[in-house]
Design a protein around this ligand. Structure first.
Ligand code: TXA
Ligand code: MG
Length: 327
């Protein structure tokens, strides 16, 4: 059911959940400081209670009621908020452990999506909002995805159209001495380093420090993203080696012409972008995976984007995570 801003506010105030648009993906929102609402979020997502939720606040001022800010946090918020940056800081006593996975830190984000901001302002209380997908499913970037993902159990949805970025926020841990990226997202490590004037620690086991999927053996299976097995490839030769057939569906990073010997196998490829622009690829990634899944192919074959800037880290990371059952 689609609802208005005022209805969303009323739902949240009485402790119910609402799916809300953010500039990254749709979130499954509930009152952050109300244990009952938090429980409902975990239950509906089927999320383990040890995996903490992001708390969304209107601005830094509201954030400071919930966490101990330090100089780096002040700098980061001043520059990147509202926007797709989540920061992890030591929590204050008022933040329940149920939302932090039992830990002493809390993840905070001030979203820029105007409808979400209106709701935050009117509710006048922090909102917990993980991505609005059941655990291990693709994050929704449109209202209709939320409906499809939850079916009969779907909460009320505030429809804000398609999400601008299409991948989840960058998560930056500022709770210890050294700033550390915990999840790649729309705000790149380079941008954060420039603003904080500090070296940033990147996630461990990075196979793509040079933005190069070095260890890719040609393909790997993504367990969750679409239900159809999905494989990624670096070039046409790798695709040829998998002996493609018309039972396969091809996802291309841009509107490329297919080599003659392959075009017969893929009459209707799907495209992540017009010209390979990474922002467009990120925005369309989950949507195209969901669309691809509906086509009933035996396999989905995906060619990696040729262009590589730091946003590629977020795009490639989502593919890689998918093979490891992400949240
Ligand atoms: O863009 C986004 O961040 C979206 C929109 C809705 O805001 N939200 C989102 O939430 O992606 P979720 O719950 O799907 O992902 C939050 C990530 C998880 O990987 C979680 O483990 C991590 O942030 N996280 C949350 N609190 C944390 C904490 N205190 N310390 C470390 N990681 C934390
Ligand atoms: Mg998620």
């Amino acid at each position: 059911m689609l609802i208005s801003i005022d209805e969303a506010v009323a739902c949240l105030r009485r402790g119910d959940l609402v799916a809300l648009p953010t500039e990254t993906v749709y979130g499954l929102a509930g009152l952050a400081l109300k244990e009952d609402s938090v429980k409902k979020i975990y239950r509906l997502k089927g999320r383990p209670s040890t995996n903490p939720l992001i708390v969304h606040v209107y601005d830094q001022f509201d954030g400071e009621n919930l966490a101990q800010f330090n100089d780096l946090a002040h700098k980061a918020c001043k520059f990147f908020w509202p926007g797709p940056l989540t920061i992890v800081l030591p929590k204050k006593d008022c933040v329940p452990y149920s939302i932090t996975g039992g830990g002493n830190t809390v993840a905070l984000r001030s979203p820029s999506q105007p409808l979400f901001r209106k709701v935050l302002q009117k509710v006048d209380s922090a909102l917990a909002a993980p991505s609005a997908n059941p655990t291990n499913r693709t994050s929704p970037t449109q209202a209709k995805h939320v409906q499809e993902l939850f079916g009969k159990k779907c909460p009320a949805i505030l429809d804000g159209g398609e999400c601008r970025h299409g991948v989840e926020s960058t998560v930056l841990d500022l709770s210890e001495g050294e700033p550390r990226i915990l999840r790649y997202g729309p705000i790149t490590p380079e941008k954060i380093e420039n603003v904080l004037e500090r070296k940033i620690i990147l996630p461990k086991n990075q196979e793509i420090e040079s933005y190069e999927p070095k260890k890719s053996p040609g393909s790997f299976h993504l367990h969750y993203a679409p239900k159809t097995p999905l494989f990624i490839f670096r070039n046409w030769d790798e695709i040829r080696e998998t002996t493609p057939s018309t039972d396969d569906l091809l996802i291309l990073p841009e509107k490329l012409d297919l080599p003659n010997d392959l075009s017969g196998h893929f009459p209707t490829p799907l495209y992540l972008s017009q010209n390979g622009d990474l922002e467009e690829i990120a925005r369309n990634l989950y949507n195209i995976m969901i669309e691809a899944d509906k086509q009933g192919a035996k396999r989905i074959l995906t060619l990696l984007p040729a262009q590589m800037n730091q946003l590629y880290l977020a795009v490639y990371d989502r593919l890689k995570r998918a093979s490891k059952l992400p949240q």
